[in-house]
Design a protein around this ligand. Structure first.
Ligand code: C5P
Length: 232
């Protein structure tokens, strides 16, 4: 099983590139950001005030644990149809709202919450949830902020995808104006908060850095395909 770990800041094009990479190799695809977004969405649904100056971390961790262990959460690992479900309801669009975007870092900053998600992500990356998947355990592309360093530091391919901040902000604003359901997203504020708990601004030892500020989508994809080809 080839595990491809891709980290990087918001708005760098991780999701679209990772999905295309997974499709190219017929691998499974895991968007770990969607998992954290789903947790924030769930907490908002449960009535937690995520603007409170101090969060009840214990209660939030319990709610998140329940969300995963009691079967509320489900995700499709198909890169052509990467859905996130809650109790069978497709929440893929709801988790991209500006309300979720502006609160997700508070939830992902709770260390015990991270432990719940990291365990679930490691299970996906070990192929445990992939028996019926089209990828048949051939490989998985997982993207996020701490995949190369914490979730799968022993992955066969580890990549830090990065781009200059103004380029990322422009890409995110473009997405927000083009796609209904994708809310305004202050990527700089999110990166600042996220970088307090995860290290995705510089590459760890052995991680390939790919700066795509001046690359097209296809050129970026070609670079990543080559990195995976070298590992196969
Ligand atoms: O990738 P995306 O921008 O959708 O991620 C949403 C949020 O999830 C990030 O801003 C961060 O707070 C959190 N996240 C994380 N660790 C990951 C992936 C995402 O903390 N591996």
């Amino acid at each position: 099983m080839i595990r491809v770990a891709i980290d990087g800041p918001a708005g760098v094009g991780k999701s679209s590139t990772s999905k295309a990479l997974a499709q190219h190799f017929a691998f499974a695809y895991l968007d770990t950001g969607a998992m954290y977004r789903s947790c924030a969405w769930w907490c908002l649904q449960q009535g937690f005030d995520l603007d409170a100056p101090t969060l009840n971390e214990e209660a939030i961790t319990e709610a998140v644990g329940e969300f995963f262990t009691e079967g509320h959460f489900d995700v499709s690992l198909d890169p052509q149809n990467p859905k996130v479900l809650c109790d069978g309801q497709d929440i893929s669009e709801a988790i991209r709202s500006s309300e979720v975007s502006s609160h997700v870092s508070r939830v992902s900053g709770i260390i015990p919450v991270r432990h719940v998600l990291i365990a679930a992500q490691r299970a996906y990356m070990a192929g445990e949830a992939d028996e019926e998947s089209f990828s048949k355990g051939a490989g998985i592309v997982a993207e996020g902020r701490d995949i190369t360093t914490v979730v799968a530091p022993d992955a066969e391919v580890r990549i830090l995808l990065t781009a200059r901040e103004e380029v990322r902000q422009a890409r995110r604003s473009g997405q927000a104006s083009l796609a209904a359901g994708v809310g305004r997203d202050d990527v700089a504020a999110r990166d600042k908060a996220d970088s307090l708990v995860t290290s995705f601004l510089t590459a760890a030892d052995g991680v390939h850095t790919v700066d795509n500020s001046d690359l097209t989508f296809e050129q970026t994809l070609d670079v990543l395909i080559q990195l995976v080809d070298e590992a196969i």
